[in-house]
Design a protein around this ligand. Sequence first.
Ligand code: NAP
Length: 287
Amino acid sequence: MDSHTVLYGVIGDPIRHSKSPIMLNRAFRETGINGAYGAFHVTPERLGEAISGIRALGFRGLNVTIPHKIEVMGHLDEIDESARAIGAVNTIVNEGGRLIGFNTDGIGYVRSLKEEAEPDLAGKRIVVVGCGGAARGIVWALAKENPGEIVLVNRTAERARELAASFGSKTISALDWERLREACEDADVVINTTSVGMSPNVDAVPLDPDWLRPGAVASDLIYNPLTTAFLKRAADRGCRVHGGLGMFVYQGAYAFEYWTGRPAPAEAMRAAVLESFGESVSSPLTR
Ligand code: NAP
């Protein structure tokens, strides 16, 4: 670092388990950009002060994680279409003093899915299991790929119906939990967005992987563990599997690209996170 170093960071509460500094600092090193990225513990009552600090200190970019993704929107000058549609911001770009909010979670997930498992989602039948905070961005980004159908299935059926209705699209519908099996039997891609199977409950599965067609894609947002029981059993059945690490890497890659205008070194970023897992693979992970 010197007096030209451009500053970046992530705010959240808690934040000490975040892998983002390791991943983004590797990206700056790899591309020779004079940037530095830190993790900042910001409690909800100090969010406004933290954002004022970003403005005053001239940070170029910030990631925002739980619990600030929604509240932070009230402190920004502009909200990009991605974040407006999703209702949450995870990336802020400081454009000469104007703070602009983006959401790279959904597009990060879809880029990872396309690069790692299914390059062409057009016409595909996609089942999204779970309708919590992460699902909305994913469905929004999947819908842009012209899929044949996106079926939302959630334990609390009302949430799936509400999410489907909010898109107002004939392609996106909700199905009751009792009909998950038939939805999976027909699907090209089945995505687990529930927290079932996350460490420490690593033996739990959100649905019976035997319901999936061999050759279909089984995808899981969870990346702790890197390969969930759902993915292991789906692979045994002959499915193509896709884990959650890619989503984490690519949401950071998009943030890097928005901030610097340069292509992100995604493989080096992934390697940095994997190396850090070597020390603490079962610790809780947040951005
Ligand atoms: P969330 O808002 O708390 O939503 C949790 C979802 O899981 C809800 O749909 C909930 O259903 C469902 N669920 C929980 N327990 C269940 C059970 N026993 N059976 C069936 N459904 C159950 O969480 P989120 O923020 O969306 O995160 C979901 C998962 O994605 C987490 O594991 C998180 O780590 C992961 N994630 C990964 C990334 C990444 O970068 N890879 C990013 C974000 C999130 P109800 O509505 O019925 O409660």
